[in-house]
Design a protein around this ligand. Structure first.
Ligand code: ZN
Length: 240
């Protein structure tokens, strides 16, 4: 269904792929997004199966808008947070889920303050500064020090396939030319450098290109398609 690991005994990090669900083409099979015109009953079943496989007690997700808004999750409610692209929380047993099909699913954990976060970082979010915004909010809200943060970047479109044009290309040429190879943008490198400049040293990215690799949903390759997820959860000791 995907790959994952543990940053810490009590912290689950997981990136799903397109396998293990019940959706049919072009969403086959584990589409976790309700907004892409898939059969909602299939999406609900996919979410149920994913929650079961990973033992997720509660899941908070986002109505993502390619912006820079980051919200703080409080309480153990299962809900979709409106108009935002990042969630951070100290709550235990609440999984944070970010949905993507080429954008970078970014999950993070701070062992010192026991805070987790999930960010949706596409080109617009990265250019707009969601990464520094999120790190700033982690500092001001929870006293997180960037140097103790552990950040994982999941599968996303690589510089091999991410050709951009129009205003995006003009902005990239002006402000992010280091990450351009002709018209091809290396978004992962950009985000990794943004993190490094903020003082984040523990960053892992073992991420195949979603557009090259058929195991993943890719908006660029397929247009109408599903969404995979980046998931992070901090379990309480009772592990309910
Ligand atoms: Zn590629």
């Amino acid at each position: 269904m995907g790959r994952g690991g543990t940053l810490d005994a009590s912290v689950l990090v997981h990136f799903t792929n397109r396998y293990g669900g019940v959706s049919v083409s072009p969403y086959a099979t584990n589409n976790l997004a309700l907004h892409v015109k898939d059969n909602p009953l299939h999406v609900k079943e996919n979410r149920r199966l994913t929650c079961k496989a990973l033992s997720l007690p509660h899941v908070a997700s986002m109505e993502q808008v390619h912006g820079t808004q980051v919200r703080v999750v409080e309480g153990q409610c299962t809900q979709t947070y409106p108009a935002c692209d990042g969630l951070i929380t100290k709550e235990k047993d609440v999984a944070l889920m970010v949905l993507v099909a080429d954008c970078i699913p970014v999950v993070l954990y701070d062992p010192k303050t026991e805070v987790i976060g999930a960010l949706h970082v596409g080109r617009a979010g990265a250019f707009g500064g969601i990464v520094p915004h999120a790190i700033g909010l982690l500092q001001s809200t929870f006293g997180v020090e960037p140097s103790s943060l552990h950040v994982s970047l999941g599968p996303s479109i690589g510089g091999c396939c991410y050709e951009i044009g129009g205003e995006a290309l003009v902005t990239a040429q002006k402000e992010f030319s280091t990450y351009l190879d002709g018209r091809y943008l290396n978004l992962q490198a950009l985000v990794q450098d943004q993190l490094a400049r903020l003082g984040v040293v523990h960053v892992e990215s073992d991420a195949p290109c979603t557009c090259c690799d058929g195991r993943y949903f890719s908006y660029r390759r397929e247009g109408q398609t599903g969404r995979q997820a980046g998931i992070i959860l901090q379990r309480s000791e009772s592990g309910k």
